[in-house]
Design a protein around this ligand. Structure first.
Ligand code: COA
Length: 326
């Protein structure tokens, strides 16, 4: 039996910073409102005519370097994104070309902000089944391309970025448990109305900004807290790991008040909860991937530590992995 482990993590962020003061000039908002209601001070913006594969490829190359794995050794690339370069081919194929991972199979996975945890779950199962030995999971988002820059209730929240993980076959068990959940009765809580097969992009769609994010933020807030806390608890139960044994919780970074509420529900002290939302805002699936990478870069993750992810997103979907760092 072979297990799977994370052999390397990587990230990529665009250089352009959009801070709250600049947003004050674009919509009727204030640095004070954004900071106190969300914890976000700034976010990164990729800029026009660049796709999520550009960020994803850079994050992937960094993760491969950190794992000391050559691109041609990658068996499978799973990309999780709600902002693919194009409807098809998959962003995974664009990334494959950019990083020259010529021996990889490729596909995209759609699980919105929960994508990284869903991606890790798939990769781990492909490895323990014996089908593959080396898998790249890339969560990459250009949220700025689907944000309505006239809607103050959403445009202050999102940013662009990419995070990646290389999973390899291992003799030691690392993924102790994974819990995934969904509830399709909430599809209207957070979605992009047009641009898919149901409503194609027309002039009317563009005039109404129906190709952009729509969100019922207030209602989502409560659902997000409950779903992420429950996901972490369920995964810990499956892993038979008591909450006190957690070294670090890495939650999705949608709102600092959501993260605080999850920590309090789980009775976790704040030094055990990783937060970087102030620098980047909500980058959908890339948020937890980049948070994981930065926690590792900061030296917060050591051999033997128990790391727990907790994510939540449009669908609704949610999930959690319990990982022993080996
Ligand atoms: C979006 C969110 C930050 C809004 O915070 P909130 O405290 O719930 O604020 P509300 O939506 O109740 O709005 C409160 C007031 O602020 C106003 N407001 C909204 N956005 C604003 C902004 N950017 N600047 C200033 N005022 C704003 C609203 O118009 C409202 O004004 P009113 O009371 O006069 O009607 C918060 O609900 C949230 O983070 N929700 C969850 C987001 C989430 O989980 N997303 C998806 C996960 S992937």
């Amino acid at each position: 039996m072979q297990f799977a482990r994370i052999a390397g993590l990587g990230k990529s962020l665009p250089d352009k910073v959009l801070d709250n003061l600049e947003l004050e000039k674009m919509v009727d908002t204030s640095d004070e409102w954004i900071t106190t209601r969300t914890g976000i001070s700034q976010r990164r913006i990729l800029g026009k005519d660049k796709g999520s594969s550009e960020l994803g490829a850079k994050a992937a190359i960094n993760a491969l370097k950190n794992a000391d794995v050559a691109p041609d050794k990658v068996d499978l690339i799973i990309v999780t994104t709600v902002t693919p370069d194009t409807i098809f081919p998959s962003t995974a194929c664009y990334i494959q070309k950019k990083i020259k991972a010529k021996n990889a199979a490729c596909f995209d996975l759609s699980a919105a902000c929960a994508g990284f945890v869903y991606g890790l779950a798939c990769a781990e199962k492909f490895i323990i089944s014996g089908m593959y030995k080396t898998i790249l999971v890339v969560s990459t988002e250009v949220m700025s391309s689907i944000v309505d820059w006239t809607d103050r209730s959403t445009c202050v929240l999102f940013g662009d970025g990419a995070g990646a993980a290389v999973l390899t076959a291992s003799k030691k068990e690392s993924f102790l448990a994974t819990y995934l959940g969904s509830n399709g009765s909430y599809t209207d809580m957070l979605y992009v109305p047009a641009g898919g097969s149901k409503y194609s992009v027309t002039k009317e769609v563009l005039d109404n900004h129906d190709n952009c994010i729509r969100m019922r933020g207030n209602e989502l807030f409560r659902l997000a807290v409950r779903a992420m806390a429950d996901a972490a608890q369920n995964a810990l139960e499956l892993a038979k790991v008591p909450i006190d044994d957690i070294k670090l919780l890495i939650p999705h970074q949608a709102n600092n008040r959501i993260i605080t509420a999850i920590a309090s529900r789980l009775k976790l002290p704040k030094e055990k909860v990783y937060v970087n939302i102030e620098k980047y805002g909500n980058m959908s699936a890339a948020s937890s991937a980049i948070a994981f990478c930065e926690a590792w870069e900061d030296g917060l993750i050591k051999k033997g530590d128990i790391i727990v992810t907790a994510v939540f997103g449009a669908g609704l979907v949610w999930g959690s992995n319990v990982i022993r760092w080996v």
